[in-house]
Write a protein that binds this ligand. Structure first.
Ligand code: HEM
Length: 499
């Protein structure tokens, strides 16, 4: 009996031992096969530091540091040139960092799609323009683009003025109650940008209180999204599902969806009432070309509802997706830009004074009157300062795109499936394109100094067919700033920030 037991035990030990030997052998075999695959060979032909087995270049940087991208932009691309590769474990990334290569990559959407990392936003943005590709993207882009016609900004400028005044008052209060102390401009700027975007995207609604709740949920949702991007293990669903973040994320999501659904319904009803009113008033034999408009101020959502009535392929879910997308794409980008602008202006009193002088001249001393689109177009020096801000601190420092078919760039083949990162930050800081690149010099954007610049040397709004729709960003960024004149002059930067 005991010898039978001994036999069973030794058999078990043999089996366990064999498994322990076979499993690593299988793993080594697959690793060896994978490391000789076409993708790996093509990627390793691109300049970059020698990767460690399985870990790739993970140990070569502090990949979880907030400055990781900047470190990579400044050290990696400087060392390896305008095209470089990096392995995050077994996942390769290719960075491109020259105007020529960015142009080659971005000037057509034929060979790329959105990277998988963005699928984290799928619950919120669904099949919106921002996340979609191919024919669906083309269709949505065609529908959303008219919303950004400059004539629509005539109706938005009132919103910019109202929200900017509220923001300026808050800003003044912060300065008054914290004399000679640091203030956090980002919070006020984010609130201002979100108010402006929501108001222009969704219009005035009977749901003002709910709108504020929506805004705070958007802020929280975006914070959680950034945290998930910065901590790669949180994009693994079963790990993420065990965290409390997930519950919070879903709570935000349900508040956001409920709100945008209500807004879409409310605006559609307003639109239908207006159609009915128009048709009731018309004699049967009169044909009117003019399209019915909602009764209150025009909002981006109204243009989408109009399009859906005209037969566009856009149902209520589609409208909700696009409203959410505009809120997402528009708020952080502008608030970051406004925050950095204020920082730079505080740091450079000479430019600050030139801006104030320009404002005085455009407004001819009447600082209380509302700003017009004409004023905005005359604020030329301010515009150059904003461009220089976006050069130094682009709100979107990199793009992340997945190659959908092999592409030849800079003499290397990037195989399908690999993630490519066009590095705007590096391009904007390249000393060959911008001598003394860290210095704040708005004069770089004087026409005579920009004439020979490569069209892809300054691309804070992206470039090519997927470039940002907000090409009339001036009113949006400038307007809050221009009402800040008195606050602007009270700003300076603390020593700590200088370093
Ligand atoms: C300072 C402000 C802004 C900056 C720096 C900025 C930057 C960008 C960048 C870099 C892209 C990606 C372009 C590409 O893939 O080539 C983008 C896309 C986009 N932006 Fe902006 N953006 C700003 C403001 C806004 C605002 C206010 C809105 C709308 C309210 C907006 C709407 C969009 C949309 C809809 C897309 C996606 C376009 C597409 O995929 O077809 N952006 N933006």
């Amino acid at each position: 009996m005991s010898s039978a037991l001994n036999n069973v035990n030794s058999l078990r030990t043999d089996v366990i031992l064999s498994i322990w030997l076979i499993l690593p052998a299988i793993a080594i075999f697959y690793y060896w096969k994978w490391s000789r695959s076409r993708t790996v060979r093509l990627i390793n032909a691109i300049p970059g530091r020698k990767p460690l087995p399985l870990l790739g270049n993970l140990l070569h940087w502090d990949v979880f540091s907030e400055d990781f991208y900047r470190d990579m932009a400044t050290s990696w691309t400087k060392k390896y040139g305008p095209i470089a590769r990096v392995w995050f474990g077994p996942r390769p990334f290719v960075a491109i960092a020259s105007p020529e290569l960015a142009q080659k990559f971005l000037s057509t959407t034929k060979h790329y799609t959105m990277a998988n990392d963005f699928s984290l936003l799928g619950d919120w943005l669904g099949n919106s323009l921002f996340l979609s590709t191919g024919a669906h993207w083309k269709n949505r882009r065609r529908l959303v683009t008219p919303v950004f016609h400059i004539q629509n900004f005539d109706s938005f400028i009132d919103i910019f003025n109202e929200e900017s005044s509220i923001c300026a008052a808050e800003f003044e209060k912060m300065i008054e109650t914290n004399p000679d102390k640091e203030i956090n401009v980002t919070r006020v700027m984010t609130q201002c940008a979100l108010n402006i975007i929501c108001e222009s995207a969704m219009g005035q609604t009977k749901l003002e209180k709910e709108k504020q709740v929506y805004i705070s949920n958007v802020q929280r949702y975006c914070q959680i999204f950034i945290r998930r991007v910065q901590r790669p293990w949180l994009s693994i669903n079963w790990i993420y599902r065990m965290t409390s973040l997930r519950r919070e994320y879903e709570r935000c999501l349900s508040v956001m969806h409920a709100f945008t659904n209500k807004v879409a319904r409310e605006r559609r009803e307003m639109f239908e009432q207006s159609v009915k009113k128009n048709s009731d008033q018309l004699p049967n034999d009169v044909i009117v070309d003019e399209k019915p408009k909602s009764t209150s101020r025009f909002a981006m959502v109204d243009r989408l509802i109009e399009a859906s009535y005209e037969g566009a392929d856009l149902d209520d879910t589609g409208i909700r997706e696009e409203i959410n997308m505009l809120t997402f794409a528009g708020h952080d980008t502008t608030s970051i830009a406004m925050g950095w602008f204020l920082y730079l202006i505080a740091k450079h009193p000479t430019h600050q004074q030139m801006i104030v002088d320009e404002l005085d001249s455009v407004f001819r001393g009447d600082r209380d009157r509302p700003c017009t689109l004409q004023d905005v177009s005359e604020l030329q020096y301010m515009e150059r300062c904003i461009k220089e801000t976006l050069r130094l601190y682009p709100s979107v420092p990199v793009l992340v795109r997945k190659v959908s078919q092999d592409i030849e760039i800079g003499g290397y083949t990037i195989p399908a499936g690999v993630t490519v990162i066009p590095f705007f930050y590096y391009i904007h800081h390249d000393p060959d394109l911008y001598p003394d690149p860290e210095a704040f010099k708005p004069e770089r954007f004087f026409p005579e100094n920009s004439i020979d610049r490569h069209p892809y040397a300054f691309i804070p709004f992206g470039a090519g067919p997927r470039h940002c729709l907000e090409c009339h960003v001036r009113p949006l960024v400038l307007n809050p700033i221009e009402v800040f004149t008195s606050a602007l002059q009270k700003l300076s930067v603390t020593e700590e920030f200088f370093n």
